[in-house]
Design a binder for this molecule. Structure first.
Ligand SMILES: [Zn+2]
Length: 134
């Protein structure tokens, strides 16, 4: 499959062109649950490769479903057990990234990501938590 046949959101790369869109972790341009990007650039070669590894993995998962376990829960390392409820945002360092928030809302509501993006387009993700005493 060529890049042109894939036509990922935001992708428009042809030989000799430099894409305006920069893929990065959390860009929310695909519906993969766990976005993963590969990025290599080399000044001496004047070449850069960006790879939506998550999207490639999704194609592999479809070819080998017997080798994939998608678990509707997260593993709590402290309590050594799976939990089915998403953990509310609790970072004291940063606001919740929009891409993560959209995926959390999709899990909580059962809506598709595209629906969540539309419904919450005018709302901000949860802010960082301010600890008591500050
Ligand atoms: Zn992806």
């Amino acid at each position: 499959m060529t890049i042109d046949q894939q036509r990922l959101p935001g992708q428009n790369i042809h030989a000799g062109e430099i894409p305006e869109e920069k893929w990065f972790h959390g860009d929310d341009l695909c519906d993969c649950t766990f976005q993963r990007m590969g990025y290599w650039t080399n000044a001496h070669l004047a070449r850069t490769v960006r790879v939506r590894v998550c999207c490639i993995w999704a194609k592999l998962y479809a070819q080998f479903p017997e080798l994939v376990q998608e678990i509707p829960a997260w593993f709590d390392d402290n309590e050594k057990q799976y939990k089915i409820e998403p953990l509310p945002w609790n970072s004291e360092d940063e606001d919740m990234p929009a891409a993560l928030w959209h995926r959390q809302l999709a899990v909580e509501t059962g809506l598709a990501l595209w629906q969540v993006r539309q419904l919450y387009a005018d709302q901000e993700p949860p802010k960082k938590v301010v600890p008591h005493g500050r």
